[in-house]
Design a protein around this ligand. Structure first.
Ligand code: MOS
Length: 731
């Protein structure tokens, strides 16, 4: 087939839903106007561990407007049978709401109050008196035993390290962090007979549908999830957290549609978070900087009832070519709720440890940090021996060093001053997985020359509506204004989680497939239609531009989709597009090099980022303006991780002491300097998927924190091995 002209893909277009969002017309989960809706408020456990010995609901029930108080004392047993396709497979011990008297962590839902207004529900929730038999909770990873490790080994890392000429041995810590999206987690549940509809904040309508069906023990198609807009999420809305079942249960028990919005405080224990990590890295190198050995020990917190692990180990196996690598990864079960993926999951944690350690090694050897990394660049993936599909890290270094002005750097720490400020620069590498799982998309070309494309994906902010429309517009040969992409409904064709940077890879490839097939159907119709000006033409030679079909070298003769479909009495053409990835014969990752300049107040220890540049190999870029927006957002998030974000727990009672946006610090405008993201162009990766993309939501974040930490070392001579880098650590 003749290649379609590219006009929407690659163009710096604004969001198609931008106007809806800035005028408040985009409907988020809690904003759906459901007739007769009543309000639910969760009563959280006031102890960190123990048993509930009694619940007195009399005062709450006496409030006018209170409909019901549900707890383990009166809740029905739920099925909780799990689903093999979700993050709650059968046998998983997710938190089961109101099923028994056990308290597993502080903030666990122990009751829910349903009332006619939110205010009454909130007030009544405070009147519910819960009596406990409290036990001492264990929430400190440093003082609790770890479980059995997951391990990886190649070569003989311990001996290679012991005999290495130069050794680095350092332990890096990363504080627990919460996603803190703008939109709180919210759900509205309505039962119509035995059918349940949930208007929910979710990154994965299909997964949520399966999770909830399994929790209630009802058929999957008895549950419908509706989620057209998501106000940020960063990984926290891919499984059905306890408040979902709570809401659906409350709706079933009261016979009313029920709305539940977690308060800002409840987000700190009602949903997941990035766990605390401790990552010890030992690097053994020769004097020329060739790393022979990497020994890595990783420890992370998890809940007592679920073992959460994520892909922290990959990067340490394949970013550098070290022949001898040994890793172990242990989790420490604590009396906390279950952690989850957050921004650059796994790989961001690995990057902080590995890239800090590489910087320490570079300093030890007196080798430029970029040069050190170049000397350890593998020719193939050392963990799998597979060739890289595309790996343009060397180019990231070259472009980044040039654009950042790396040659002006003084490698000697504490050598540059600007008044009271110590100035330093640093860099770090990021890498992230290419997640290929497949997807489907329904494509309908209407007789009026417009198209509707649907897939049950989500848009938590990257701009899925826009970027998928761009793919569809070019593949169908339509202008953007004639293409509508819809998402966020579990009745639409199946899509994977909208997380882990996998939406364009999978959904984009399915949209491309469906649109190609519809376009080819139309072309076939034309060349076989005696009344068409294209009758008898070679179908492979036809292109479609702005809704008009013509020979690639003869734009004058042709006809529009509208003319073609009208004459053939067709109301529409429709195809279910799909993409199923084949077996991976290549090692597929995204890459980035981050460069940061910081200023550290020599007396106060305050760290300010002065400028930052990220250069990324993310494959083909569909939507440059959205990609740029992602790059800025990723770097802002990275500044948060480096300098601010830290969930603090009082280990005496398991209470999170900064469970609000006043005390959990996130970057604001005044924290953000000039940021620049560059996506290497010409980088399509057709081994990854048919549209050549590799995903970009994570890679723009990974490596930011270590680049800043390395810059802080260059500025001050102080190596901070703990995130976030606080003023306290600097003075
Ligand atoms: Mo994310 S951690 O890609 O939602």
């Amino acid at each position: 087939m003749s290649p379609q002209p590219q006009s929407a893909v690659g163009a710096p277009l604004s969001r198609v839903d931008g106007r809806l969002k800035v005028t408040g017309k985009a409907t988020y989960a809690a904003e759906h106007d459901i007739e007769g809706v009543v309000h639910a408020v969760i009563v959280d456990s006031a102890i960190g561990r123990g048993r509930i010995t009694g619940i007195d609901t009399r005062a709450a029930l006496a409030q006018p407007g209170v409909i019901k108080v549900i707890s383990h004392l009166n809740a029905p047993k739920l099925a909780y049978r799990g689903n093999p396709d979700t993050y709650d497979p059968p046998g998983n011990k997710q938190l089961r709401v109101f099923q028994d008297d056990k308290v597993l962590f502080r903030g666990q839902p122990v009751a829910v109050v349903v009332a006619t207004t939110l205010e009454v529900a909130q007030h009544a929730a405070e009147l519910v008196k819960v009596r406990y038999n409290a036990e001492q909770s264990s929430t400190d990873m440093a003082s609790a035993p770890a479980g059995e490790p997951v391990t990886y080994a190649r070569g003989d890392a311990d001996n290679a390290f012991a005999s290495a000429a130069v050794q680095v041995d350092a332990t890096y810590q990363q504080a627990r962090a919460h996603h803190n999206a703008m939109e709180p987690h919210a759900t509205i549940a309505r039962w119509d007979g035995d059918k349940l509809t949930l208007w929910d904040k979710t990154q994965w309508p299909i997964g949520m549908q399966k999770d909830v069906a399994a929790q209630f023990g009802i058929p999957i198609d008895s549950v419908r999830i509706i989620a057209p807009f998501v106000g940020g999420s960063f990984g926290n809305a891919m499984r059905a957290w306890p408040h979902i079942a709570t809401t659906a249960l409350a709706a079933r028990e009261t016979g009313r549609p029920v709305k539940l919005v977690l308060s800002r405080r409840q987000l700190y224990f009602g949903v997941g978070y990035r766990p605390s990590y401790e990552y010890r890295v030992r690097l053994g190198s020769d004097r020329r900087g060739r790393v022979s050995a990497m020994v890595q020990h990783l420890k992370a917190e998890t809940s007592s009832y679920e073992n959460f692990t994520e892909g922290v180990l990959h990067a340490g196996q394949m970013v550098y070519k070290a022949p001898h690598v040994r890793q172990d990864y242990r989790t420490v079960p604590l009396d906390v709720n279950t952690p989850v993926w957050m921004r650059g999951p796994g790989f961001a944690t690995a990057a902080f440890a590995l890239e800090s350690a590489m910087d320490e090694l570079a300093h030890e050897l007196g080798i430029d940090p970029i040069e050190l990394r170049r000397r350890n660049e593998p020719e193939e993936d050392p963990s799998s021996q597979l060739p890289f599909s595309t790996r343009r890290l060397r180019e990231c270094y070259t472009v980044g060093a040039r654009e950042f002005g790396w040659h002006r750097r003084n490698p000697r720490p504490r050598s540059t001053r600007d008044g009271d400020w110590l100035i330093g620069t640093g860099m770090a590498v990021g890498t992230y997985d290419v997640l290929r799982s497949g997807a489907q998309a329904r494509v309908r070309l209407n007789a009026d020359g417009t198209a509707l494309i649907q897939s049950a994906t989500s848009d938590m902010g990257p701009g899925t509506y826009t970027s998928q429309s761009q793919v569809a517009a070019d593949a169908l040969g339509l202008t953007m204004r004639n293409v509508t992409f819809q998402l966020g409904d579990s009745t639409m064709p199946v899509a994977p989680p909208h997380g882990g940077s996998q939406t364009m890879i999978n959904v984009g490839s399915a949209v491309q497939d469906g649109c190609d097939k519809v376009r080819l159907q139309a072309i076939k119709l034309a060349v076989e239609d005696k009344d068409s000006p294209l009758y008898g033409a070679d179908a492979d030679d036809i292109v479609v531009r702005a809704g008009r079909l013509h020979r690639s070298n003869d734009p004058a003769r042709g006809e529009t989709y509208r003319q073609l479909l009208a004459r053939n009495n067709r109301t529409h053409l429709e195809v279910l597009g799909s993409w199923t990835p084949g077996e991976a014969r290549h090692s597929m990752y995204t890459y980035g090099a981050i460069f940061a300049e910081v200023a550290v107040d020599a007396r106060l220890g305050l760290v300010r980022v002065r400028r930052m540049l990220g250069v990324f190999d993310a494959g083909r870029i569909i939507s440059p303006k959205l990609a740029d927006s992602q790059a800025l957002g990723g770097m802002v998030g990275g500044i948060g991780a480096a300098l601010l974000e830290h969930t603090a727990t009082d280990h005496r009672d398991g209470r999170i002491v900064n469970a609000d946006l006043a005390n959990y610090l996130v970057p604001v405008n005044a924290d953000i300097p000039e940021l620049r993201g560059i996506f290497l162009d010409g980088g399509q990766d057709l081994e990854a998927d048919p549209i050549g993309v590799k995903g970009l939501g994570e890679i723009v974040y990974i490596g930011v924190a270590p680049a800043i930490a390395n810059a802080v070392f260059n500025a001050t001579g102080r190596r901070v091995r703990e995130l976030p880098i606080t003023v306290e650590a600097m003075i």
